[in-house]
Design a protein around this ligand. Sequence first.
Ligand code: DGL
Length: 283
Amino acid sequence: MAIGVFDSGVGGLTVHHRLVERFARADFVYLADQANAPYGGRPGEEIVDLTRAGCQRLFDEGCDLVVLACNTASGVALRRLQQTWLPGLRKASGRPANVLGIIVPTIEAATGLAWEAEPERRGDKVENLDILAVFSTPATAASRVYEIEIDKRREDVAVFSESCPELARMIEAGAGRRELAEVIAGHVKAITARIGRAPDRAILGCTHYQIVADLFRQALPAGTPLIHQPDALADALAIYLDRHPEFAPGTGGRRRFLTTGAPGAQTSLAETFWGAPLTFEPA
Ligand code: DGL
C-alpha cells in the first residue's frame, strides 16, 4: 500500500516533505483539494464532507492509511469520520483502513505528554504560566481544540489562539513574501496585545504557515520556540506503523501528487519550499 497525505492545498507538503525524508522507501500519494481550498472559512459540515471525499479518493488510489496534513480537517472532521464512516468502510472493503490527524501529535509535542497519559494535577497556584500562541485558520480557532485539549493536560500552559483568515488563501495563491510578512506581523502584534506580553512558544497550527515559518520567526521575539508539526507527525507515524504492521507502507519510494484543482506546476512559493519543480496530476 501507499500512505496517503491529504490537505486542502500546498500546506500539507510541509508534512509530506518531512515524511518522505523519514520514510524514504515508503510509497506516498499526496492529494491537494485545491478546487475547494481554503477550508478554514467553511462551515463544519462542509469540511467533514470534503475531508471524507479526499480520504475516499486516496483509499481508491490504493492507500490504506491516510494522514490528514491539515489542522482544519483534523480538528473539525476527523473524529466524525472515525466514528461514523471508517467502521463501515472497513467492513465493506474488508481492508484495514485508517485516518490519522495532525492535532494529537502536535499536542503531544506541545505538552510533552503522550495522548493517553494521566495529566499531572498539582492543585496549587501556577506561578509562571507558559504562554502558548496558536496561529490557525478560523475553523480551527473556532473549534478551540488546542485550548481544550492542552488545558486538560497541563495546568501550567495557557493557550491563546489567533485566527488568520486570509493567510492560507494568500500562501495557496503564491502571494509575495513582503505582503505575507506584513500580514503575519499584524497577527503577531494582535495576539501579543491580547496576551499582554509576547508568547513563550508558538504552534503554526495550519500546515500552510510552515511554508513561511521564517516570517513567523522574524515577527516573534528572537528565539521563540516553534513546535514543529511535521516532526511531531513523523514521530507519531513511526510509532503507529510500528504498532500496526497491517499497514505496510510499500518499499518502492513512489511519490505521486494529485490535485482536484488545475493540474500542473505549483506556485514558486510552494516550489521554493519543496526545493524542486512540483507538478500535480489531476485527481
Ligand atoms: N493547511 C490547512 C490547515 O492546516 C488548511 C488551510 C485552509 O484550507 O484553510 O489548517
